[in-house]
Design a protein. Structure first.
Length: 653
């Protein structure tokens, strides 16, 4: 009885403390916007309110710390001439440097509990707190009214807050995910019968009815056999679960064997299963798997991250174990604020992860509207092409821009990234379709998206040459990047390529562009495909192993070694020690092995990658060693680079 009373009193004290914190805190707006303009200007008329007793699940998102420091870190880690080039962070390191503090995280948890919410999920990086609560809790805690509105362009209603939420906290939150369902995520997927301009079906695929298997894309865009994605993981964003029986059916009908472990992860309690008999459609989810696996059939694993909000899914990707370097999303939506997912995207980049996103199937972005997140600065936007191969399972033959592929100038007014400025300026100077020199341009790259694929879904039917879309192209590229990351590790790299757009644009502007990419120069999606970069296909599609070789360069820098002290006196029959220091530059990333012709030892040896550090050199002089001075030369080797230093040894009696 005493123990129970003590526990109850502690609970009361904690709640009172949380309420005292809240009462002392000024009601603050969030750092991102949440209100839909259509609810303010009357375009979406109000039709009522959400029931006060209705339960909702939300994600409270805290802001990152030291955003300026993070920006500087990202510039440094992707600068080939920096000593920090590709020295990515672990989840724990990122959290320690840039994540919310434990104190702030606990403060938000106490605030949520004090306001009637139940905490149902927390995160390793301290960004997300998943809560459930009634509408009445939401309205009271966030000072909003949860209304129901008639959607202005769709035959449905949606719920949303009537004003910007404010919270009685001592600091501002970044976002509350799940406060509205104005924009429902949709896959970048199209059916031939809905597009009268569709080109003829494939005739050289190796799947039924000469349609393309995922393995045909591997043959066309990689063409080799050595790389299979060994040791690499691919992560896929999905808003709906899947039925893995459909994946089995696909492999059976394609007469292929699936050996890669598949994992389905719910990031917020969303069901991981999707059964046709329950009215669920897993077409997109199965497509994503077959295209990534077709390109990289030897992956260590493939995971579908499933959730009901972008915050939950992206945070799951950013904190997974193992951390996955090759990510893909084939869904698009329109957030109230296009910056809401930046913390996750920046964490991806800081941790060496890369997210490909389908550029859409509505032709140019100015006509199709928001294709978020494909125009974000930290996303590789993937456009569409129409591919021909020489034979079934054969090599690339020709390629044109896919008439329905997405591309153009950012409809979300995302500023142009630094790595795209030179390309955009060249595009404008050549009088091409109007690239912007102030806003983000897309796509960055492209791949086959025409209605030429074999698809199995819903355990009802498999179809040939019916489905298309850039949703095929994005996971293809994720699989291709897995091959490049495999080669990087094979070449001696100790990390991944990370966010590849800075490297892709450098390659696009280099003399090797035509050998690394298939430059697509014909066709249009509203913008014309031309020589070099364009708003229809970006830089084009991958040209076999050439692009992998260009990307998977291990060491673009060098190292130097030095000794301290530079001179030492050692008595006959004795030993002395000198510190050897290796300093790297220009992105060097390999172990440095030390050697000498003299009677010396080094500890440690080698100096481990990335090659910066110290080693203690022990010099031993024999009892009969000649008296006087002699020079000891030390050589360091690693990553194809050699460095030397010398010290002067004075042998004394």
């Amino acid at each position: 009885m005493i123990r129970r009373l003590s526990t109850s009193l502690l609970t009361v004290v904690a709640l009172v403390s949380a309420m005292n914190i809240a009462s002392r805190a000024e009601s603050k707006p969030l750092l991102t916007h949440h209100v839909r303009q259509v609810t303010l200007n009357g375009i979406a008329p109000s039709v009522g309110r959400l029931p006060a007793s209705q339960s909702m699940r939300l994600v409270l998102v805290l802001p990152l710390r030291n955003r300026e420091g993070l920006d500087n870190f990202l510039k440094d880690v992707y600068d080939p001439f920096s000593s920090n080039y590709r020295h990515f962070l672990t989840v724990e390191q990122f959290t320690e440097k840039f994540g919310p503090t434990r104190k702030d995280y606990d403060t938000v948890i106490r605030f949520a509990e004090a306001n009637g919410f139940k905490v149902v999920g927390t995160s390793r990086n301290r960004l997300n707190i998943d809560v459930t609560g009634k509408v009445s809790n939401i309205e009271a805690a966030f000072h909003v009214t949860m209304g129901v509105y008639q959607h202005p362009t769709e035959s449905r209603t949606f719920f949303a807050p009537d004003r910007e939420p404010t919270l009685n906290l001592p600091f501002q939150l970044w976002r509350i995910a799940g406060l509205d369902n104005y924009s429902i995520p949709r896959p970048a997927l199209a059916r031939r019968d809905e597009y009268p301009e569709a080109k003829p079906p494939a005739t050289t695929g190796s799947c039924p009815q000469a349609s393309f298997c995922g393995s045909d894309m591997r043959a066309a865009y990689y063409g080799g056999t050595t790389l299979t994605g060994t040791g690499q993981y691919v992560g896929l964003l999905e808003y709906v679960g899947t039925d893995l029986a459909d994946l089995t059916t696909y492999y059976t009908n394609a007469h292929q064997t699936l050996t890669v472990p598949i994992t389905l992860v719910s990031t917020d309690g969303t069901p991981t299963t999707c059964l046709a008999r329950q009215g669920c459609d897993d077409t997109e989810q199965t497509i994503d798997m077959t295209q990534a696996l077709g390109m990289a059939p030897g992956l260590a694993g493939l995971t579908e991250f499933i959730g009901s909000t972008d915050s939950a899914i992206f945070n799951g990707m950013a904190t997974s174990n193992p951390l996955m370097a090759n990510l893909s999303s084939s869904w698009y939506w329109s957030p109230a604020d296009p910056t809401v997912d930046d913390p996750y995207f920046e964490q991806f980049a800081a941790q060496g992860q890369n997210l490909f996103d389908a550029a859409g199937d509505g032709q140019d972005w100015q006509r199709s509207g928001s294709i978020w997140p494909s125009d974000d600065e930290y996303i590789v936007s993937v456009g569409g092409t129409d591919l021909d191969t020489s034979s079934a399972g054969g090599p690339w033959k020709s390629e044109t821009a896919w008439v329905d592929g997405g591309g153009g100038i950012s409809p979300n007014n995302i500023p142009i990234p630094a790595w795209q400025v030179t390309t955009a300026e060249g595009c404008v100077a050549l009088g091409k379709d109007p690239c912007s020199t102030t806003l983000r341009n897309g796509p960055d790259v492209s791949a086959n998206s025409n209605f030429t694929f074999y698809v199995c879904a819903d355990q009802t039917t498999c179809s040939a040459n019916l489905y298309g879309g850039t949703s095929f192209a994005a996971p293809m590229w994720a699989g291709y990047l897995a091959l490049a990351n495999e080669q990087l590790i094979t070449n001696g790299g100790t990390t991944t390529l990370g966010f590849i757009n800075p490297a892709l644009y450098a390659i696009g502007l280099s003399s090797s562009y035509d050998t690394d990419f298939h430059d697509i120069t014909s066709g249009s999606n509203g913008y014309s495909a031309t020589t070099g970069y364009d708003l229809a296909t970006g830089w084009g599609s991958p040209n076999g192993a050439n692009l992998i070789n260009a990307l998977a360069v291990v060491n673009t820098g060098s190292f130097t070694i030095s000794a301290s002290p530079k001179g030492i006196s050692i008595a006959r029959g004795s030993s002395g020690t000198v510190t050897i220091t290796s300093a790297i530059s220009g992105g060097f990333d390999a172990a440095v092995t030390l050697s000498s012709a003299s009677n010396v030892t080094f500890s440690p040896n080698p100096i481990p990658a990335p090659g910066s550090g110290t080693s203690t050199m022990t010099i031993t002089e024999g009892r009969n060693a000649p008296l006087g001075k002699h020079t000891v030369k030390i050589t360091g080797t690693g990553g194809g680079v050699t460095g030397t230093t010398k010290i002067e040894v004075n042998v004394i009696q």
